[in-house]
Design a protein around this ligand. Structure first.
Ligand code: 9D3
Length: 263
């Protein structure tokens, strides 16, 4: 059982979201527990204040240390001190599937959601074991980042996914992007499903899909090819792609590089 404690000034953001989808499945199977702590419950004034102006001036508010320390004290008093105390912040290391895998093997983690300008540095120095960002874009707080992380963990917990949708077959686990998928009908809007997929030749289908995955990854996310496990046939196919379109390989993904197709 993984216990996730979220510390936030916006607890209602979690009410509906953790009651749906894969997070709900993991909770119902008792693989995951999500505890949401309202930091305002640990404020010390009638206005339930948790933030204050930054020393030195400037716009925006800073999360005060006392409510966070009191909330953590309360967890310790209940015997629920988390193994990891994670601060969600644009200053953190960018979250990856490897982080998800490692965190899913923990017994308990806490996720501290910053809002405002940031959190008082004494919180980071005294409590935080790691800082995580979910990517290079600006959110208004850590709450949606916490939900992204909880979702990524829920589906890795044993017994949550069926074998069909197994975590091992995920594109980031194999190291390659998925190729295209098709379902019925065989022809739609004048576009036919590739004949090989209708052929019933399982070995040809496997090879076709592998090549599609390799080609997409080569075009869209060549950075992923370094970490993917490949056999000689895979490498030969990538070499063939590079011969057909010299100049693409070795370059990495340039800003504004477009995908296959285009107009
Ligand atoms: C580096 C940006 N800061 C410069 C003044 C301002 C700022 C922007 C957004 C400070 C805090 C926030 C709120 N964002 C999060 O708390 C956050 C976040 C994000 O914005 N992007 C990606 N991952 C995360 S995790 C938490």
């Amino acid at each position: 059982m993984l216990e996730v404690t979220v510390l936030t000034a916006f607890p209602r953001l979690f009410v509906a979201t953790v009651d749906e989808g894969m997070i709900r499945v993991a909770r119902e199977k008792a693989r995951l527990a999500v505890h949401v702590v309202d930091l305002r419950d640990y404020s010390d004034d009638a206005h339930r204040t948790v933030d204050d102006y930054p020393y030195g001036g400037g716009a925006g508010m800073v999360l005060k240390p006392e409510p966070v320390y009191r909330a953590v004290e309360a967890l310790r008093a209940q015997g629920r001190a988390p193994e990891e105390f994670i601060h969600l912040t644009p200053q953190g290391r960018t979250y990856t599937q490897a982080d998800a895998q490692a965190l899913s093997e923990r017994g308990s983690i806490a996720l501290l959601c910053g809002r405002y300008k940031g959190v008082d540095e004494r919180i980071v120095e005294g409590l935080v074991t790691r800082e995580i960002s979910i990517g290079d874009y600006v959110l208004s707080g850590g709450e949606f980042a916490a939900l992204v992380i909880i979702d990524s963990l829920a589906r890795l917990l044993p017994g949550v996914l069926g074998t069909f949708d197994s975590a091992e077959s995920d594109s980031f686990a194999s190291g390659l992007l998925d190729g295209a998928y098709y379902t019925r009908p065989e022809e739609y809007a004048g576009r036919r499903v590739p004949a090989v997929l209708l052929s019933g030749h399982h070995e040809e289908i496997r090879r076709y899909r592998r090549r599609e995955a390799l080609e997409r990854t080569w075009r869209r996310r060549p950075d992923l090819l370094r970490g993917a496990s490949m056999d000689d046939e895979d490498r030969a196919y990538l070499a063939e792609l590079a011969r057909r379109e010299p100049g693409r390989s070795g370059g990495g993904k340039a800003a504004g590089d477009s995908d296959e197709g285009g107009s």
